[in-house]
Design a binder for this molecule. Structure first.
Ligand SMILES: *[C@@H]1O[C@H](CO)[C@@H](O)[C@H](O)[C@H]1NC(C)=O
Length: 75
């Protein structure tokens, strides 16, 4: 049991942290890390600066409901 717990602990530290933001009406130009200098987004900017900043995104639809449905169902 102890070996199993230690192994699980090691695996947990090796796993990446993934944060997914699902935000209505937020454009890429609204976040400081993506070039907006009028809206202050220090926490999101910090995540971008310390992690991976993805600059190409695709959505299943331009509207909320179908894009959320696609994300929740993987379709
Ligand atoms: C910054 O974000 C605000 C709020 O969405 C928007 O009105 C403004 O046009 C943006 N500025 C730039 C340079 O994109």
């Amino acid at each position: 049991l102890a070996i199993s717990l230690c192994h699980q602990g090691q695996a947990a530290t090796d796993a990446p942290n993934i944060v997914l933001f699902v935000v209505d009406d937020l454009g890429i130009g609204d976040v400081g890390a993506f070039g907006n200098d009028t809206t202050q987004t220090p926490h999101v900017d910090s995540i971008c600066n310390q992690g991976v900043k993805l600059e190409h995104d695709l959505a299943a639809a331009a509207l909320c409901t179908p894009s959320r449905t696609a994300m929740m169902t993987s379709r």
